[in-house]
Ligand binder design. Structure first.
Ligand SMILES: [Ca+2]
Ligand SMILES: [Ca+2]
Length: 75
């Protein structure tokens, strides 16, 4: 299946590294890890969020295809 990040109020390429790709699950494998880079800045701001989206499963069903990831401000 494919994955990608989508903007919410955080901006890909500015607040985090936009990511997309393909996940291939071997038989019996139920989880994988995708690392999304977070970009630091010096602005005091509200927490910012982006979506992590799964799509186009083949021979499988997706339970939850979209989740919201929140970047907690550190300034
Ligand atoms: Ca920011
Ligand atoms: Ca900040």
């Amino acid at each position: 299946m494919l994955y990608r990040t989508e903007y919410a109020n955080a901006v890909g390429g500015f607040d985090y590294d936009h990511a997309q790709g393909e996940l291939i699950f071997a038989p019996g494998v139920q989880s994988q890890t995708v690392r999304i880079g977070i970009r630091n800045d010096a602005s005091a701001e509200p927490s910012e969020s982006f979506h992590f989206v799964l799509l186009n499963p083949t021979n499988a069903a997706i339970g939850t295809s979209r989740v919201l990831a929140t970047i907690v401000d550190n300034d």
